[in-house]
Design a protein around this ligand. Structure first.
Ligand SMILES: [Zn+2]
Length: 459
């Protein structure tokens, strides 16, 4: 089916792949970008539909390297249908699904299942990440070549680290041949054992076991050593400590194939939020008060860590922002901090949270767009370049947003089944107005003034 040609008129267009940052128009024909920039009316197709996007910003759709769609096996937490609608609402047009499902994504058959289910249920592009080890047990390497042939875009035992150094060495050696990254959830289990939150004064006050920063940093150091040994492609998941930054910087300067991601929550909130009161009244909060929605791995850390991560992201030592969207059913957070599940539902707040860095002048808007588009695409490899570009002929994956629009986070309005967020009731500044995948409108904010009635929303 061919789509009506569409002209998105008058947004500020930011395309980090070409360095474009100007007011212009975007022409979409047959699901692809016809042109972006100054477009002459005479050159438009006759039956072209028009949408006025004056005052908004347009850029390639965001790419998320790290989310948990929970399907198959945990459909009571999230499904591909709900998770991808959440992604569309958050401005993401391509998302990578982590393999800690049941069964885990450790055979070509499960990759096939995920791809088939995505074709029927997903409103954005879903790319499977396959396990490093069979059953995610950390003992025996998966058939990585077969998984890559089936469509896996990366390998990870996320939720757990690849703990065995020799297994990690083998996986990195294969990653070199396959041209796909190994994403490690870096956590030395002997150091983090039993830990609920960041080691420090807040953990001490609550009497909760802490996770030292060294649990993350020691495994990043190990993995960088193995990347040097093998020449393999290491991607470090959800960096959370200040001490990880110099390790990554040195690996980069050495020219190793080491990339890294950081989550919106680690860029914006601290372990003070564990005490409840959204970090504001933390010092006056009672000794037994805590908010289980702040329980996440890696844990929320100190302002010093946050500042170092923002600096690392701005500098480019960290390549991209990834959500680690980890939806859970309500009861898994209605319990003690000890019993609560790790994870935050992030897809729908990621952009608004990250915009705080722009409003605080700690990251430019074009750099934020880069870290949500070109940055993650670069981690996956050149096959993904066209998903992070508005160049002619690329798939028309486009997001429109209002950088200054304020909105209140209400988890009950989430498309995600996971309502678990510490940001409930918080006002964020920067809101998605509409999301297009392959030229099709997959999300429109009903509060936005955008008139897209001519297009019809895909369901
Ligand atoms: Zn993880």
């Amino acid at each position: 089916m061919s789509l009506t040609p569409l002209l998105i008129q008058g947004p500020r267009i930011i395309d980090a792949s070409s360095g474009m940052d100007q007011i212009g128009d975007i022409l979409i024909i047959d699901g692809k970008i016809g042109a972006a920039g100054p477009i002459y009316q005479e050159s438009l197709p006759e039956d072209c539909a028009k949408v006025d996007a004056t005052g908004l910003v347009a850029c390639p759709g965001f790419i998320d390297l790290h989310c948990h769609l929970r399907e198959p096996g945990f459909e009571y937490k999230e499904t591909i249908a709900a998770g991808t609608r959440a992604a569309a609402k958050g401005g993401f047009t391509s998302i990578c699904a982590m393999p800690n499902t049941e069964p885990p994504i450790d055979t070509a058959a499960v990759v096939d299942f995920l791809r088939a289910r995505s074709r029927t249920d997903a409103v954005v592009r879903v790319f499977p990440i396959a396990c490093v080890s069979k059953g995610r047990l950390g003992r025996e390497l998966c058939e990585m070549e077969e998984l890559a042939a089936a469509g896996a875009v990366a390998f990870s035992d996320d939720g757990d680290p690849v703990y065995d150094a020799n297994l990690m060495r083998l996986a990195l050696a294969y990653s070199l041949d396959l041209g796909l990254p190994v994403t490690n959830h870096c956590q030395d289990l002997a150091l983090s054992r039993g830990g609920m939150m960041a080691e420090g004064s807040v953990a001490g006050r609550l009497g909760l076991d802490g996770i030292p920063a060294a649990a993350e940093e020691s495994m990043i150091a190990r993995d960088i050593t193995l990347a040097r040994l093998t020449g393999g492609r290491l991607h470090v998941a959800h960096v959370s400590t200040a001490g990880s930054i110099p390790l990554l910087r040195q690996a980069r300067e050495e020219g190793l194939r080491v990339t890294a991601e950081v989550c919106p929550h680690h860029l914006t909130i601290t372990d003070q939020w564990v005490l409840g009161g959204r970090g504001v009244d933390a010092d006056s909060a009672g000794p037994f008060s805590y908010d289980t929605t702040t329980k996440v791995y890696p844990p929320l850390r100190t302002q010093r860590d946050v500042d170092a991560l923002v600096q690392g992201l701005a500098e480019g030592v960290i390549d991209c922002i990834a959500t680690d969207h980890a939806p859970h059913e309500t009861t898994s957070k209605q319990c003690t901090y000890h019993e609560a599940a790790f994870g935050i539902s992030v897809l729908e707040t990621a952009f608004g949270s990250s915009m705080q860095l722009v409003h605080q002048d700690r990251l430019s808007l074009p750099d934020l767009v880069h870290r949500l588009t070109v940055g993650p695409a670069g981690v996956l490899g050149h096959a993904f370049d066209n998903l992070a570009s508005l160049g002619s002929g690329t798939p028309a994956d486009v997001v429109l947003f209002d950088p200054d629009q304020e909105w209140l986070v209400d988890p009950q309005e989430f498309q995600s089944q996971g309502k678990n967020t510490p940001l409930s009731g918080v006002t964020l500044k920067g809101e998605i107005a509409a999301t297009f995948v392959g030229g099709r409108l997959v999300y429109q904010n009903e509060r936005s003034s955008l008139n897209t009635a001519v297009l019809g929303l895909e369901n």
